[in-house]
Write a protein that binds this ligand. Structure first.
Ligand SMILES: C[S@@+](CC[C@H](N)C(=O)[O-])C[C@H]1O[C@@H](n2cnc3c(N)ncnc32)[C@H](O)[C@@H]1O
Length: 382
């Protein structure tokens, strides 16, 4: 409260410790914020308008948010989300405006951003408040120094990808309650993320033991949105996708993720249908093309297909497995939307031999692999 309007807005309105403040979620929601802001737009003097904004700032600063500074508010179960820091920045901008007209312009813009949840066809990102998603990566070079190990995620399955990959793709390319298919589910990283993010996930994995691990991990992760997430045992080249989808009364999925073996870099099993047992690069590519053709039939038009794959080195030659596989996908009619280059850290075995690898690289005239690719394709609507 500031009866004399003497407070200077340049003083930090956003206390560093405010995330620890008591949670008043029940009494302060989207409607309440809009009501206060609308009231402010009716003020005829800049002083009284600022006064309203200061009062609101005090309430906002007292809120507790999650560790990202995000509140998921909204009384009727809607998915409005407000970022405490960005809301404080907006309030500061309004209060610091020099004219009443400018204050009202920013106020109306803020009201629109909070009241209208404007999204694209393929995700739930509120385009009116797009700045509030700093965690969404939009660059094509990803240097991620740590695997997300929260919840039930584990680095235990050799060859699994970091949860940030499905997390980013699910946020960008699906809406709440939509369906994701992962044809090389492994220990279920994608399916754990679909569950956490309120999407449904179906995974196909060749090895029975790995399927069991995936499903037990999924079952031990809280399912607060009550979605369906399960790994099925089967060969992605043969499994009856149609009947699996039919069990859930769906004909298509809205996102397809594939993280196949990188040919024979890791031999996952002795099963001849395992892509890591392909005898040649050509055989690997032809098997991949077959799986792509079979699975993409069940991807909704206008939606996205994400392929995660790296290259390999064989007999003194760099095999551009990523680009070769990308070419196979392009032959099936997809549009290439992005090629993301993502770093990966050495396995502990390689880390222990770092010096030796450097020596080998210098002698052999090659570079040590430090990256893999995330290819993003779109199935065009026509
Ligand atoms: C690179 S791993 C995927 C890891 C997964 N993204 C994760 O985070 O756990 C590839 C997986 O594909 C499986 N696989 C290989 N050939 C397959 C096939 N024909 N059908 C289904 N799964 C297959 C392997 O058993 C292995 O678990």
């Amino acid at each position: 409260m500031n009866p004399n309007n003497t407070r200077t807005i340049s003083k930090p309105l956003f206390p560093e410790t405010s995330f620890q403040a008591p949670n008043k979620m029940g009494t302060f929601n989207k409607e309440k914020i809009i009501e206060i802001l609308s009231d402010a737009t009716k003020q005829n003097s800049i002083q009284t308008l600022r006064q309203k904004i200061y009062e609101l700032s005090d309430q906002v600063a007292a809120f507790s948010a999650d560790k990202m500074g995000v509140w998921n508010i909204g009384s009727n179960g809607d998915t409005v989300r407000l970022n405490q820091k960005y809301l404080m920045d907006d309030l500061k901008q309004i209060a610091e405006s020099q004219t009443l007209e400018r204050c009202k312009y920013y106020l109306k813009r803020l009201i629109k951003g909070i009241s209208e949840h404007k999204t694209s066809r393929v995700n739930d990102i509120n385009l009116n408040r797009w700045k509030e998603y700093p965690e969404i990566i939009t660059d094509s070079l990803w240097i991620l120094d740590k695997r997300d190990s929260s919840g039930v995620h584990t680095a235990g399955y050799w060859g699994n990808f970091i949860p940030q990959i499905p997390y980013q793709m699910i946020q960008r390319y699906t809406k709440r309650d939509e369906w994701v298919l992962d044809t090389f589910a492994g220990c279920g990283t994608t399916l754990i993320e679909t569950q956490r993010l309120g999407r449904n996930g179906i995974g196909i994995e060749l090895q029975g033991k790995v399927v069991e691990t995936a499903n037990s991990l999924i079952n031990s992760e809280p399912n607060k949105y009550n979605t369906f997430n399960k790994a099925y045992q089967g060969d992605s080249a043969k499994i009856d996708y149609k009947s699996i989808l039919k069990q859930h009364n769906i004909k298509t999925v809205q996102l397809l993720i594939m993280h196949p073996p990188y040919f024979d870099i890791i031999k996952f099993s002795d099963n001849p249908n395992d892509l890591s047992n392909a005898k040649t690069v050509d055989e690997f590519l032809s098997k991949m093309k077959n799986i792509v053709e079979r699975a993409t039939e069940f991807l909704e038009k206008g939606r996205y297909f994400v392929l995660v794959i790296g290259d390999k080195y064989s007999k003194g030659e760099w095999i551009p497995l990523g680009f070769l596989t990308m070419q196979e996908v392009l032959k099936t009619g997809f549009t290439l939307k992005s090629i993301i280059v993502k770093n990966f850290e050495d396995t502990s075995a390689k880390r222990n031999q770092k010096e030796l690898w450097r020596y080998r690289a210098i002698v052999g005239g090659f570079y040590i692999f430090k990256h893999e690719y995330i290819f993003v394709f779109k199935k065009e609507a026509i």
